[in-house]
Design a protein. Structure first.
Length: 253
């Protein structure tokens, strides 16, 4: 089981203040990693910080709005300044804007694509440059979606961004493998998070979705812990360009 240990590793997790990001940050800490959380405000990360530190791990909160693309590089810079190194990058933060395609605004399109895709590219690029310069191995884990495989409804920019995440994961995996950098993705199914609150409040849509999930329940953020620890650890050293689907069987239907 030592190959699953993250002792001595430092992991950056974007969107670490709640939901999937918070659960993955705690899972990484449970496996031994120190965690750097990224969100719009430091205050949002207080619960994540307490949970990680209760496990005996270090936690650093960084305040960056990923819509401000010129500040993306500071995430890696501050991490190295404070912890001396970084080994793992979890690109989790994302937003969703819902509207019929005929009414979808250019402003919403740009905002979703900037946060969900462009910021992931820029942060991964900065992280990879550091690893290459230091001749250091590392792991990049991107958070995809069921809408990386399906079209969805009223989710134009989100669907495009999540399809893009799969393409970005694969091209980065191809180019960075020679440096010992693994790049993979996790595609969560329908999870109980803020992003799905509108769906869960719509009783008809909620039950339609639930009826298609073979496991008979929506996913919880904690369901991602095993996948993220595996992909962040040496246990996955020969895995790159892959997507682990954590969906309760949704895509098998």
């Amino acid at each position: 089981m030592e190959s699953f240990s993250l002792a001595g590793k430092v992991a950056i997790v974007t969107g670490a203040s709640k939901g999937l990001g918070q659960a993955m940050a705690i899972g990484l800490a449970e496996a031994g990693a120190d965690v750097v959380g990224v969100s719009r405000t430091i205050e949002q990360q207080e619960q994540t910080k307490r949970s990680v530190e209760a496990l005996g791990r270090r936690y650093l909160g960084i305040e960056v709005d990923l819509r401000e693309l010129n500040k993306i590089g500071t995430i890696v810079d501050v991490t190295i300044e404070q912890f001396g190194t970084v080994d793992i990058l979890i690109n989790n933060a994302g937003i969703i804007k819902r509207a019929p395609v005929s009414e979808y605004s250019e402003e919403d399109w740009d905002e979703v694509l900037d946060v969900n895709l462009k910021s992931v590219f820029l942060l991964s690029q900065r992280f990879a440059r550091y690893l290459i310069e230091k001749q250091k191995k590392g792991k990049i884990i991107n958070i995809a979606s069921m809408l990386s495989f399906q079209g969805g409804i009223y989710t134009t920019a989100y669907t495009v961004s999540k399809h893009g995440i799969l393409g970005l994961t694969r091209v980065l995996a191809n180019e960075l493998a020679k440096y010992g950098i693994n790049v993979n993705a996790i595609a969560p199914g329908y999870m109980v998070t803020d992003n799905t609150e509108a769906l869960r409040k719509d009783e008809k849509r909620y039950n339609e979705i639930l009826s298609r999930i073979p496991m008979g329940r929506w996913g919880m953020p904690e369901d991602l812990k095993g996948a993220v620890v595996f992909l962040a650890s040496e246990a996955s050293n020969y895995v790159t360009g892959s997507v682990i689907v954590v969906d309760g069987g949704w895509l098998s239907r």
